[in-house]
Design a protein around this ligand. Structure first.
Ligand code: AKB
Length: 315
């Protein structure tokens, strides 16, 4: 029987992925964990425990006591927050992953999921339809930690046979929780502000194109990757996955087609430089060919869905 542990379940991806895992495998099969006790209120449908991935002994005890078979390790410090305290970001992102990989080896876990990011790419990477194997020269500590992490995943697979699988996520956009500390967060916040204030100040320039993905697609990609036969997973670093690509002006126009009075101002800050170093769009042919990936949501479909569902969600 599958027994799944989600680390960092209270975050943006974890909130929705944990629900989908519980729907698929049953609530009793899932344990949600987060280092913040306040995340508990999100998980009234499954078990919740506070857990800090930096405490390897505590993670190991939980794995053994509950006979965990799969770990979804989502806890990380994102790109913008990471630049404020690079050592802390490196410690959290690298030591956390290495704990999970080591414990997976020691306990012979069946499968691990760990998200990487488009932040592994850098200013010298081709910007349009960035290929799977494009040059990577990340400029943020977050990107450096994700690139190193990808190679650690491949190393654990090649050396110890740990079945760890990974996706290079673009900016993820959902309405059920706010993003935390990323460069793509504006694309989540803008919908909340459209509903609450009818106006928004964007921290990126209006013509900055970035790869993005609606949360339903991100959850679907994760579930699909984890369900695929091991023989079809030919990339053991991390797969490029693409959803959509747009600029702040385009997402604003998309919202204005529903809310014509919505106003957006632009006040670029330090995150502009990070955004400028990342791809504008992603080529995900490898994921499509190897395990049949295809995104469902484009910008108009996502905007309609979020603007329809968000008001009742926040009230
Ligand atoms: C961030 O902006 O840091 C993240 C990411 C693209 O990995 N959303």
């Amino acid at each position: 029987m599958n027994k799944l542990l989600v680390i960092g379940a209270g975050g943006q991806l974890g909130t929705e992925l944990t629900q989908s895992l519980a729907n698929t495998y049953g609530s009793e099969a899932v344990i949600a964990t987060d280092f913040q006790e306040s995340a508990r209120s999100k998980f009234n449908y499954c078990r919740f425990k506070t857990l800090n991935v930096l405490d390897k002994e505590a993670v190991g005890k939980l794995l053994q006591k509950d006979q965990i078979t799969q770990v979804y390790h989502l806890a990380a410090i994102l790109s913008a927050t990471g630049e404020k305290d690079p050592m802390q970001a490196w410690d959290m992102n690298m030591r956390g992953l290495l704990h999970v990989l080591e414990l997976a080896r020691e306990n012979k876990l069946e499968k691990i999921f760990w998200p990487s990011s488009i932040a592994v790419f850098g200013p010298n990477t081709p910007k349009q339809k960035t290929p799977q194997d494009a040059l990577k020269n990340p400029t943020t500590v977050y990107g450096i930690s994700k690139l190193a992490g990808e190679h650690w995943c491949e190393y654990y697979f090649n050396t110890y046979g740990v079945d760890v699988r990974s996706l290079r996520f673009p900016g993820l956009i959902g309405y059920k929780s706010l993003a935390g500390g990323g460069t793509t967060d504006y694309a989540v916040d803008i919908y909340h502000q459209a509903i609450r204030e009818q106006s928004f100040t964007c921290f990126l320039q209006e013509d900055t194109y970035l790869p993005m993905m609606y949360m339903d697609d991100a959850v679907q990609a994760t579930m699909q990757l984890m369900a695929a036969p091991a023989s079809s997973i030919r990339v053991r670093t991390s797969y490029n996955v693409s959803g959509m690509s747009f600029s702040p002006r385009e997402i604003a126009e998309s919202i204005q087609s529903h809310h014509p009075n919505f106003q957006v101002q632009y006040a670029p800050d330090f995150r502009q430089q990070i955004a400028d170093s990342w791809p504008s769009s992603i080529n995900d042919d490898c994921a499509r060919n190897d395990w049949g990936w295809k995104a469902e949501f484009d910008l108009p479909k996502m905007t309609t869905e979020i603007l329809t569902k968000l008001p009742s969600y926040i009230h």
